[in-house]
Ligand binder design. Structure first.
Ligand SMILES: [Zn+2]
Length: 144
């Protein structure tokens, strides 16, 4: 997956701002056929910070409301983009998807996880859900 450096920084700033709660947001862009063994690659052009509406346990979980998802999707379409994934943080735990994360990831989408350790972004990973159902880590290409 590819994203701009400024957005890469914004999602980490968002993660720090929401600590001790998990932050969350959506990624909009385009999906293009990839040359690196993946079926497709997600190119992120816009990020949309969202509210974590999980009723309780926001320290180790997140939920994006359906209405906010639809709002972001509509705005993305207006720009010629689609939602290509999401991001969220893990507080004092590794940047590895939880079972809930695995269930949340939609086919064809990328999921960025920012691990915040001791109030610092410690690791940022991305995970890709194949249409066929597999879920694996993918490289994040940060461009200027
Ligand atoms: Zn998670």
């Amino acid at each position: 997956m590819q994203l701009f450096r400024r957005q890469f920084e914004i999602i980490q700033e968002h993660a720090l701002r929401e600590t001790p709660y998990e932050c969350c947001g959506l990624l909009a862009g385009i999906i293009r056929p990839s040359h690196e063994g993946e079926d497709y690659e997600n190119l992120v052009y816009e990020i949309a910070p969202c509210a974590n509406v999980l009723y309780s346990g926001k320290e180790h979980g997140f939920e994006i409301s359906f209405s906010e998802y639809l709002d972001v999707e509509r705005e993305a379409k207006g720009l010629g983009y689609e939602i290509v994934g999401s991001y969220h943080s893990h507080i004092n735990s590794a940047a590895i998807p939880s079972n809930n994360d695995i269930n949340f990831a939609k086919p064809g989408h990328s999921m960025i996880i920012i691990s915040v350790q001791n109030m610092q972004p410690a690791a940022v990973t991305s995970w890709y859900r194949r249409e066929s159902g597999g879920f694996h880590q993918e490289a994040i290409r940060v461009i200027e």
